[in-house]
Design a protein around this ligand. Sequence first.
Ligand SMILES: [Zn+2]
Length: 378
Amino acid sequence: MLFSQVIGHSDLKGRLIQKVAGKRTGHAMLLLGPEDSGALALGLGFARYVLCRDRGAEDACGKCPSCLKLDKLAHPDLHFFFPTAPNQEHKMNASSRLFMKSWREALLSNPYISWTDWLEQMGIENKQAIINTEDCNDIIRVLGMKSYESPYRIIFIYMLEKLYHAAAPKLLKVLEEPPGNTLFIMVSENKDRIINTILSRTHITRVPLPSEKDVYLGLKEKFGLDDKKAQQISFITGGSVTEALKLCRNDEDLLADFDTFREWMRACFKNDTGMILKWIENTVRSGRENQKAFFQYGLKIFRMCLYHNYNTTGLIRLEDEEREFIGKFAPFVNHRNILRIVEEFNQAIMHLERNANSRILFADLSFRLHALMHEKTS
Ligand SMILES: [Zn+2]
């Protein structure tokens, strides 16, 4: 992961680069940000920048022996630790060392993995995964050795909040008395769950969600999406890079477009059963992720209607045709029904996740929406 491959966060990248230049990295950096922020990807970019032999003013070189090893996440001075739990293959015990192959595969295919993705990758969906005592023993063992190639060695910890409390004293000890030339890069989503004594030994760098515009530009420039799809996806997912990339991997045409939504709302509004059923037949052909994204899109349109109703039009970035539709549609989305509409859509997303029958779900929702839209005039 090069900095240039990380979506958004240009300020943060600049700050991290300055820390390296000024030799002010500290020895324990905590990148703290929500799952969708890309804190993990940013941490990987930073590790590469620190280890690169020929780094430039803005990024690692991508070509030196160190960068080539990092292309495979196999640099002898970069040591990963992350939560694990026993699975089919490792039935009796688990540790980062045992799961290193899975970890590299997961990150190489997607540096924006979510916590759930990682649990799925290990095949332990329903178990608690932790950074355990064995991991902390390994950290101590690594720190007892010399670095191989780089002046620095990096201990990279993902999800510091999953550190098992009985293992914490071992990690605390090395954080309190760090050996020279060692940099801890730690990533966390929730600092409230980190043991206080550990937290107090770290320098926190907060990683916010990237802006919708950053995601849009990132999808276009870094992932080669065409303009329309990049706009659609960034609009639906806001700043969530993880969700945006999930939608990018979806090869189908995105349902979540304005024409599809307008057609459905018109059919619901008129309670035109023939039109509704025809619309449903076209819609259920696409996959579930796509259908979920469609509901997310719908939630955004409803929010725009509210903005319109409260005259906060400055918040709305819309094409003319969309603006016209929102203008006509907004009076039917109001303080009386909006909470229930939002609830219906959230329920629909949840039911799709639980493999509900899409035809029934869309049909049922269409008739409810009709009733909700007409409450105003009743
Ligand atoms: Zn390099």
